[in-house]
Design a protein around this ligand. Structure first.
Ligand code: PHE
Ligand code: FE
Length: 279
């Protein structure tokens, strides 16, 4: 894997930063490790043939197949060598500006805790399975890694411009629930999908949710549901394309334009939507 130039000269591996806590890896119980193993096995049975190739490549190069909850220090060492990112533990959700600061410095924040055995399928707050299994494999991909850092910088700017809602929708519809086209087939890449047993199937197999070609303005106008399967999915062409489109666009004038347009409800269709066939 080639090294993206953009992070050469970025800070050395730094397992700290604001709001972080020690992972205390040795304190996880056997039953907590078992929850990880169960979730991991379930998803890895489902995902080959459904998920973006880079995701599976990331799982392998980062050594995530090793049983048990990953040790973030060890994981960060590997990841940092590939793309300059590290993974740090936090207590729960962190304030927006703190989250953006971490991303802008190539640190991904992950919850320390893992869901209970009776919560395998649904959980309100992101745990370490969602955060690490769902998000981290793609951080080994150079273009995706650059996108996430640019997103953090864009977030700091959006705070100043009062446009966090619009920017957060971009994150939701790509990083959390995005689909990608690979070799003319639909593949999963959003962390919210790939860490969910039911949505990993639904997002590709179910005929009902429209799959709409990614359009930056459209996505930033589209509100989202956090408590159910998504009513539609947006499809990117590649991580390089997503990176190019977002980095090459100055969002300030865009935020201004979007302020005058109505927000779109999750199920609303636009005549300009371009649908991507699921077969
Ligand atoms: N180009 C965006 C801006 O001008 C920043 C950004 C890049 C946001 C990539 C998201 C993703 O604010
Ligand atoms: Fe997430």
């Amino acid at each position: 894997m080639s090294i993206p130039k953009s992070w050469l000269g970025s800070p050395a591996l730094d397992p700290s930063g604001p709001w972080t806590i020690p992972q205390r890896w040795a304190d996880y119980t056997a039953s907590e490790h078992r929850v990880w193993d169960t979730l991991f096995a379930r998803q890895m049975e489902l995902l080959p043939g459904r998920v973006a190739g880079s995701f599976l490549a990331g799982v392998a190069t980062l050594g995530l197949e090793r049983p048990g909850i990953p040790d973030l220090e060890r994981l960060s060492e590997r990841l940092h060598r590939l793309t300059g990112w590290s993974v740090v533990a936090v207590q729960g959700l962190v304030p927006d500006d703190v989250f953006f600061d971490h991303l802008a410095n190539r640190r991904f924040v992950a919850g320390r805790f893992i869901r209970r055995p009776d919560q395998l399928d649904y959980l309100e707050e992101p745990d370490i399975f969602h955060d690490v299994f769902g998000h981290v494999p793609l951080l080994a991909n150079a273009a995706y890694a650059d996108y996430m850092q640019a997103y953090g910088q864009g977030g700091q700017r959006a705070v100043r411009l009062g446009a966090i809602d619009q920017l957060a929708r971009l994150y939701w519809h790509t990083v959390e629930f995005g689909l990608i086209r690979e070799a003319n087939q639909l593949r999963l890449f959003g962390a919210g999908i790939v860490s969910s047993y039911s949505e990993s199937r639904y997002a590709l197999d179910d005929p009902s949710p429209p799959r709409i070609a990614f359009d930056l303005r459209r996505v930033m106008r589209t509100r989202y549901r956090i408590d159910s399967l998504q009513p539609h999915y947006f499809v990117i062409d590649s991580f390089e394309d997503l990176l190019r489109q977002t980095v090459d666009t100055d969002f300030a004038p865009l935020y201004e334009q979007l302020r005058d347009l109505p927000e779109l409800e999750p199920t609303e269709a636009l005549s300009s939507d371009r649908y991507i066939d699921i077969s």
